[in-house]
Design a protein around this ligand. Structure first.
Ligand code: NAP
Ligand code: F7E
Length: 356
């Protein structure tokens, strides 16, 4: 993409996360001025975006960070007033489903109420801004139909998903009540080498690479039978941007239309490293063995969830037909991309620990 949106101002919450980093790169390449909201933390390292704002980086003069927090309305009002954004992408959230069972109130506050705070700031100070809300396939939860589309009823199965349903409905309400250009992207799981290390895909690819190099003995997982529609985050941020360019605001599903199990993801990851897996046992005692019959994958019930989402499979036809959005990376390509990146990181780690 080339510089086709000069002087447009985009505000991204969650810019330090997986999606925020890819979206910032995309919008900068399109010529936007980009503001990213960051939280104060005890370390200044922001590995996913450090390459964007260091002096001398491409476009660094058009990329700025501002301090704020979805839990702090005053910070959001101040940022909206200062930035006067044309487009706002709300990607910030407590985004981990299992963690949301341990922190339900915090998750509701940030992932749910945070959207109310941001929408109010926009309604008061910048009602003409276009607003993207990062909604989630987790809202379908205990699914009532397959595949899931924009018309499928929600049945959330976690505090995270319940908070996302609240945020979804609020975004739609601000569109209907105040005529604001506010929409939801209902995104199915999307992954990348920048995925957080405690989401299952990245946990698998990182562990597989480290086991290959002798840096780790075993990978411990929860439910191997869960099925997800996994795509590549780089494709999905393009879809977010396309949504906000449509003449009329509406809600869209982004998905690949293919679903696979956690078990199959493991098999592909280890196979990429020349370590074909065979499975033995079932339930809590199921295990994956390598060719030397070492147990390299074990089930650990600590990773089971109080309520599971068994199957997600999205129908992306509205996004394809109305936005021209088609994901480029398929399941196999995604696994290989992530394994290769984690192997390079593990090799660097192994090199560091071998040095005197
Ligand atoms: P992620 O990597 O976990 O990033 C979350 C971002 O939110 C981080 O930048 C984090 O900042 C920020 N954040 C957390 N709490 C905050 C707060 N109180 N105030 C301000 N910022 C806060 O998530 P992701 O995978 O990029 O996902 C982006 C969004 O899409 C999230 O809303 C997620 O729920 C949603 N979503 C994700 C998927 C997926 O498969 N990835 C699918 C559907 C929807 P720190 O770096 O400071 O922690
Ligand atoms: O789990 C199973 C687990 O944590 C996927 C977030 O981005 O996508 C993500 O939520 C499946 C679940 O993603 C482990 O039980 C097995 O069935 O990678 P995950 P998620 O819960 O689907 C949605 C769309 C979002 O919106 C969220 O923000 O894998 N699983 N064993 C495991 N999961 C984890 N994390 N760790 C395991 O050891």
């Amino acid at each position: 993409m080339t510089e086709d949106s000069p002087n447009r101002r985009a505000l991204i919450t969650g810019v330090t996360g997986q999606d925020g980093s890819y979206l910032a790169e995309l919008l900068l390449a399109k010529g936007y001025d980009v503001w990213g909201v960051v939280r104060r933390s005890s370390t200044m390292e922001r590995p996913r975006i450090d390459h964007l704002h260091q002096p001398g980086a491409d476009h660094s003069e058009r990329f700025q960070l501002v301090y704020g927090d979805l839990g702090d309305a005053s910070s959001l009002f101040r940022i909206v007033e200062e930035v006067q954004p044309d487009e706002v992408y709300n990607l910030a959230a407590q985004s981990h489903v299992q963690v949301s069972f341990d922190t339900p109130e915090y998750t509701a506050d940030v992932t749910g109420m945070g959207v109310a705070r941001l929408l109010e700031a926009l309604r008061s100070l910048r009602p003409e801004a276009r607003f993207y809300q990062a909604s989630s396939s987790e809202m379908y939860g205990k699914v009532v139909e397959t595949p899931q589309s924009e018309t499928t009823r929600f049945h959330p199965r976690s505090p995270y998903a319940a908070a996302k349903v609240f945020a979804f409905e609020l975004t739609r309400n601000y569109r209907e009540a105040y005529g604001m250009y506010a929409l939801n992207g209902i995104l199915f799981n999307h992954e990348s080498p920048r995925r957080g290390e405690n989401f299952v895909t990245r946990k698998i690819t990182r562990a597989a690479a480290r086991i290959k190099l002798g840096l780790q003995d075993q990978l411990r997982l929860g439910n191997l039978d869960a099925k997800r529609d996994w795509g590549f985050a780089g494709d999905y941020v393009e879809g977010m941007w396309r949504m906000l360019q449509a003449d009329v605001a509406d809600d869209y599903v982004l998905a690949t239309g293919e679903t696979n199990t956690v078990r199959l993801f493991c098999e592909h990851a280890f196979a990429r490293l020349g370590m074909p897996l065979t499975w033995e046992g079932s339930g809590d005692t199921e295990r994956g063995l390598d060719a030397a019959r070492r147990v390299v994958v074990a089930v650990d019930p600590r990773y089971y969830r109080p309520a599971e989402v068994d199957l997600l499979l999205g129908d992306p036809s509205r996004a394809r037909d109305e936005l021209g959005w088609v994901p480029e990376v398929g399941f196999q390509g995604l696994v290989e991309m992530m394994v290769d990146a984690d192997l390079a990181l593990a090799e660097a780690d192994a090199g560091r620990s071998a040095r005197p």
